[in-house]
Write a protein that binds this ligand. Structure first.
Ligand SMILES: [Zn+2]
Length: 490
């Protein structure tokens, strides 16, 4: 094996550095990834027939086989996926799964090194519609970036691809079309928070709803015993959960049917009502899942809204005990109906709740993270390109008020020190402080898509720094994500 790399180095006169872990073989060809000063390439060594599956340029021969230098493009990714089924995303086969969102598309090789494949099912491609539009990416790019990362790392276990927080049927269909294996339907636009609506309007909605009578007879008076506590639907609390969730349930049903029609294979379905202002009550959880089941929606995970604050990129804020009790109840309800797991979103950096999650769910849960990997990338910038970091930081400050609108955060900008007064080695510590973490986290879309002179204002330079300091970037990611996973008891 090392012989092959030696021959390759001789052939190319040391122009490329191979990623030795990426080596994969079929009966008649060998594949691995290399990099030069500016980018990465796929190397294919084999007979003509197999090389023709790939777009590339022959650069020589080793043992009378063609050596082809290929770009990391869509066609070559597809060809690799068809030769190596382990590079195709699959449905989840374990009770513990973890979403490694990667907004820059260069973190998967490091993420994969955090995973022991028998213990945790990883979702390496995970991006919400909102993230995709804020970063000018698309479903294929997100999926292929993850596949290239899996290839680079040599990871041979299964992994999934999650089209996250999808609100529209056409977005579900397009993700299904390119091979996603998990779909997170977000019906939050259809959740009616009673506090935000006119009371008379809600009463009329309830009284005139065609499903009202049927469901009243199914629920009112019904008793559910959850951890020894008797929960009963009465006229008042039933009307409230009905009004709050019925449109959302109908929306999920519609999405599910469209997805079934668009997707030939089996898939994992998640329903998320985490991005609402209302913590999900036990009765709401019962009503929501019972109604989905009754309508034939097959789902594997449900993301509820837990009490407390789940702000992006920082630890949990709130009463841990209250969260723990709420989680216990929801776990008991999920067990009562069986067949699905709970999912926890905004899992980035929620270190204080991870041990509770592990214990109370018996490690039967899905957790999603995303922003935290972006923050580790920016930590690399702060460390190795301090002036670029200062520029990004100031730009983020100028964008903050606008960008915070779609998040619930309590960031206090006055607590963030002036970057011009910090010494270079102090900059990275900004990524350890909640206020500056959130400043950088929330403005990622503005920073990554800012343009200048027909190019990008920051993104190309960020990617350059990450490429040049890849070992450090991967190290930061591994350490940080491994901490999450260890706290889940893996
Ligand atoms: Zn969410």
């Amino acid at each position: 094996m090392s012989d092959l790399f030696t021959q390759f180095q001789q052939l190319t006169k040391g122009r490329f550095v191979p990623y030795t872990a990426s080596l994969r073989k079929t009966a008649d060809a060998t594949f691995f990834l290399v990099r030069d000063q500016t980018q990465k390439y796929l190397i294919v060594i084999g007979k003509k027939g197999i090389c023709e599956l790939f777009e590339g340029q022959k650069i020589g021969e080793i043992d009378r086989q063609d050596v082809v230098l290929c770009a990391k493009n869509e066609r070559n990714c597809e060809s690799l996926m068809s030769l190596f089924p382990s590079l195709k995303p699959r449905t989840c086969n374990l009770k513990l799964s973890f979403g490694f969102g990667d907004r820059l598309g260069v973190a998967t090789a490091a993420h994969a090194q955090c995973v022991q494949k028998e213990k945790l099912f990883p979702i390496f491609a995970q991006q919400s519609v909102r993230e995709i539009s804020r970063t000018d990416r698309n479903w294929i790019d997100v999926l292929h970036s993850a596949v290239w990362g899996v290839f680079e790392s040599g990871y041979a276990g299964p992994f999934g691809a999650d089209a996250d927080h999808v609100k529209k049927i056409e977005d579900l269909e397009s993700a299904a079309h390119v091979g996603y294996t998990m779909f997170t339907i977000d019906p939050s636009d259809h959740v009616k928070d009673p506090a935000k609506f006119d009371k008379r309007e809600l009463v009329r909605f309830y009284e005139e709803h065609p499903m009202r009578r049927t469901l009243e007879t199914k629920y009112i008076g019904k008793i559910f015993t959850v951890l020894g506590e008797r929960l009963t639907f009465d006229e008042e609390n039933f009307a409230e959960v009905f009004v709050t969730y019925i449109d959302a349930i109908e929306h999920v049903e519609k999405c599910y049917k469209a997805l079934r029609a668009a997707h030939r294979n089996s898939f994992d379905l998640e329903v998320s009502i985490d991005e609402t202002s209302l913590p999900t009550t036990p009765l709401a959880h019962i009503f929501f899942v019972q109604e989905l089941v009754r309508r034939g929606v097959e789902f594997q995970t449900v993301a509820l809204r837990f009490p407390g604050e789940w702000q992006k990129g920082i630890d949990y804020i709130g009463d841990i005990d209250l969260f723990s009790k709420s989680l216990e109840k929801h776990v008991a309800i999920a067990k009562m109906f069986t067949g699905y797991r709970l999912s926890l979103h905004s899992g980035s950096d929620k270190f204080s709740v991870y041990p509770i999650l592990a214990e109370k769910t018996d490690r039967t849960i899905h957790v999603k993270t995303a922003g935290t990997s972006y923050l580790e990338a920016i930590r690399v910038v702060a460390k190795f390109a301090p002036d670029l970091y200062r520029e990004i930081h100031k730009y983020a400050l100028s964008r903050f008020e606008q960008d915070r609108a779609s998040y619930h955060v309590t960031t206090d900008l006055s607590k963030i020190p002036d970057v011009d007064k910090l010494e270079d080695p102090q900059l990275a510590s900004l990524l350890d402080q909640p206020d500056s973490r959130q400043l950088i986290h929330i403005t990622y879309g503005s920073v990554l898509t800012a343009k200048k002179d027909g190019g990008t204002l920051f993104k190309d330079r960020i990617m350059r720094v990450l490429f040049e300091h890849e070992a450090e970037h991967y190290d930061f990611l591994k350490k940080h994500l491994a901490k999450h996973i260890q706290l889940l008891g893996v």
